[in-house]
Design a protein around this ligand. Structure first.
Ligand code: ATP
Ligand code: MG
Length: 733
């Protein structure tokens, strides 16, 4: 064969092989089934090389073996089943690991490799093995085999190698397709699971394509047309501007886009749609489209809002409850303090009252004996002077006891109906005098009548005490204001004040611009004997008198003061509905002759007082019968003993007061004259049940002249019918 002929033959052979390769590439392109492609490839290369046998060996790395994946020429039960070793000592194994084609010409003379049993069984003695590469590791080997005298040329090897490259590419593409398909599936699954719609907008012409789920988020059916403009129109007008801005910015910057918008569905319902997306750029960096997802978050937002509202409400409730607790705790503490204060005053009051009562009896004895002594020592000027001194001291002591009794609320009060405004007028001069020249006094009466049922003398004493305190607090002068007004105290106002009921009151506020008090002084100011004044200046009984008098009159008193800010003491007295009598009561005329005649039953539990009373009355010319308590007196009253007058102490042992004794005496002997005597009013008698309103009363300690006058006047008065009272003024020591 000439060189020319040789060249022509090779050319034609190459062209033929090229034809086979093109066919193979077509098969690979058109066929989606990988196994079919491999099978077809085996057929084509076998035909191309003019052999009967070809196969694709897939490398199984875990087993270091090959699986005969596809092939032609083999006995049944080989393709898809048979495995051959992949060690370096086999031609296929070597081709795979070395990455080079292996051509075995003659099996019987082959020194490098051992031919696998499968080839020997098929009578094969020649083979070419070429590697089929993969992306990260080799896929396997493409092998053609023959028996007989078929010689493989370098062109045959090239042909096979090209076929193997083509297969590798086809396998790779197939794998990539699979991956894309898998990813697509995964994305769909994710969208479905997350209830997400997906959308895509082409930036060139704003066409929108979207999933059914996305349409559903806008209230549309799967078969409804839904354009980008429809989407924009569905969004609430304000939110639409926001959406456009966000979208434009994402396109411009190629960034992500994320927002929530109010969307109106065609059925009229309002929804909250979450949209999220990203710009996709072309190879030149120009944004091509926006890709994204949608989600209906209406329900979630509603639940979140409800939760937030609930949390807010809860927080408000907690805050309100805490405030209430704090308030009630503060209330409780204040009430407790008020109670504590009231209890303290009560205890001190009881003690003071007890002492004052005993002291009064002692004074009564002293004063009466002094009077008797006066008679005995008549003629001695020196004795009279001495006795007078003692009488004056006793009178002072009497005043002190009366203040103590006032604090203990055991004064014998003689309430009268008074208009405090009018009382004020009478009182102005005294107040000005009491407060001193340096102090300016402003008195402001109430605009309406200020009517109260109170004891005039004690009320005046209280005001005087306050005026003197104010004066003492303003040594360099200042202003004293006394203001009267009508007030209504509600349940809340009197909540913390013991023994005070809601209702109408007259308030007398006494204010000064003086030194004021420290909190400690305020706390103790009403206590008897509490004073901050130097010895001899104050007894500490002024405010005690005010307190006791006001309390006993059914009112209460408050104190407001601060160091350097002056002081206001407010007295609240129950307001009476009826007007006061226009005429002031005129004091009784002084006595003329004090001696008298008749029989008097004296009832007194204190022996000394009894003795001195008996002696005084006997001296005054009366016959005297004595009893030491109620039952003893009743026995005499029930006897035939002639009697003109009952003179009894009010507070007595053995269960009967002077009051009840007097009432029973009146029943036993109608028209019997009665005079009662007392140092204080028993607690269990109300202000309207005081002895003075029903019977004639003489306060302890009494002077002889005073007693003589009361007894005489009572005996001279017309007989009284039980139950009606003679408003003769009560006689005070
Ligand atoms: N208007 C006031 N300004 C400043 N402190 C006052 C005022 N009123 C009373 N106080 C204080 O309260 C204390 C008690 O007063 P209270 O009137 O009971 O007794 P006193 O004035 O000290 O003595 P007394 O009134 O028996 O002469 C006073 O010592 C004083 O410290
Ligand atoms: Mg005082």
């Amino acid at each position: 064969m000439t060189a020319q002929q040789e060249l022509e033959r090779e050319l034609s052979y190459r062209l033929t092989q090229q034809g086979w390769l093109s066919e193979l590439s077509l098969v690979a392109l058109e066929n989606r089934d990988m196994l079919a492609v491999l099978q077809e490839a085996c057929r084509l290369v076998a035909a191309g090389l003019g052999t009967r046998f070809a196969k694709v060996l897939q490398f199984l790395p875990a087993e270091n073996q090959f699986l005969v994946l596809a092939g032609v020429g083999w006995k049944p039960g080989v393709v898809g089943v048979a495995k051959i070793p992949a060690g370096l000592d086999s031609p296929a194994g070597y081709a795979l690991h070395a990455g080079e084609p292996v051509v075995s010409e003659d099996q019987s003379r082959e020194k490098r490799f051992r031919f696998p049993q499968l080839l020997i069984e098929h009578g094969i003695d020649r083979a070419i093995n070429v590697i089929i590469r993969g992306a990260d590791q080799p896929f396997g080997v493409l092998e053609v085999d023959s028996s007989g005298d078929r010689q493989f040329s370098r062109h045959d090897v090239d042909f096979l190698q090209s076929a193997a490259h083509m297969l590798a590419a086809a396998i790779e593409r197939q794998r990539a397709d699979e991956l894309i398909r898998e990813n697509g599936e995964r994305v769909r699954l994710a969208l479905d699971t997350g209830n997400l719609g997906s959308w895509q907008v082409e930036i060139s012409d704003w066409t929108l394509s979207c999933s059914d789920a996305c349409k559903a988020d806008f209230g549309r059916q799967a078969d409804n047309e839904f354009t980008y403009n429809d989407l924009l129109a569905a969004v609430d007008a304000t939110d639409r501007r926001r959406l456009r801005r966000a979208f434009d910015s994402a396109v411009r910057k190629g960034s992500e886009y994320d927002g929530e918008y109010r969307v109106d569905w065609p059925d009229g319902s309002e929804h909250c749609i979450h949209m999220r997306g990203r710009a996709i750029r072309g190879p030149d960096g120009v944004p091509l489209r926006m890709l994204g997802i949608t989600q209906d978050v209406t329900q979630r937002r509603r639940v979140e809002k409800e939760l937030a509202d609930y949390r807010d409400r809860l927080e408000q409730l907690v805050a309100a409850r805490t405030a209430e607790l704090k308030r009630s705790e503060a209330d409780r503490r204040r009430t407790q303090e008020a109670l504590h204060q009231a209890q303290k005053m009560e205890v001190v009051g009881q003690m003071t009252g007890g002492i004052a009562h005993d002291f009064n009896n002692l004074l009564t004895v002293m004063v009466a004996n002094l009077d008797l002594l006066t008679d005995l020592t008549a003629g001695s000027e020196r004795a009279r002077r001495l006795i007078d001194n003692v009488q004056r001291a006793a009178a002072r002591a009497g005043q002190l006891t009366s203040q103590l009794l006032a604090f203990a609320r055991r004064q014998t009060l003689q309430p009268e109906r008074l208009d405090l405004n009018r009382l004020f007028d009478d009182f102005k001069g005294l107040m000005r005098h009491a407060s001193g020249n340096a102090v300016q006094v402003i008195m402001q009466p109430a605009r309406e009548p200020a009517i109260c049922d109170i004891d005039r003398g004690h009320f005046e004493a209280a005001l005087l005490n306050l005026a003197i305190n104010a004066r003492d607090a303003m040594p360099r002068g200042g202003t004293l204001t006394i203001e009267i007004g009508a007030v209504e105290l509600g349940a809340a106002d009197v909540k913390e004040i013991t023994e005070v009921v809601p209702g109408r009151y007259i308030e007398i506020a006494v204010s000064d611009t003086g030194s004021g008090m420290t909190p400690e002084t305020i706390e103790r100011a009403f206590e008897p004997f509490f004073t901050t004044k130097e010895i001899g200046k104050g007894t500490g009984l002024g405010l005690s008198q005010v307190y006791g008098f006001v309390k006993q009159s059914g009112g209460h008193v408050t104190l407001r003061s601060g160091l350097g800010h002056g002081t206001t003491v407010s007295i609240f007295l129950p307001r009476s509905p009826v007007a006061a009598p226009s005429e002031a009561t005129v004091p009784a005329a002084p006595p003329a002759d004090v001696r008298g005649t008749g029989t008097i039953l004296v009832v007194e539990d204190d022996d000394d007082v009894l003795e001195v009373a008996t002696e005084t009355l006997t001296e005054l010319g009366y016959s005297v019968l004595v009893a030491r308590d109620g039952p003893e007196a009743l026995a005499i009253l029930q006897s035939n003993e002639a009697l003109d007058l009952l003179f009894s102490d009010v507070v007595m042992p053995n269960g009967m007061t002077g009051m009840s004794l007097a009432r029973r005496a009146r029943r036993l002997r109608p028209g019997l004259k009665v005079v009662l005597t007392s140092g204080f009013t028993p607690r269990d008698l109300s202000a309207h049940d005081v002895p003075g309103s029903e019977f004639q009363l003489v306060g302890k300690p009494y002077r002889r002249a005073q007693l003589a006058e009361v007894i005489r006047a009572t005996l001279a008065s017309p007989p009284q019918v039980a139950g009606t009272s003679d408003p003769t003024r009560h006689s005070r020591p």
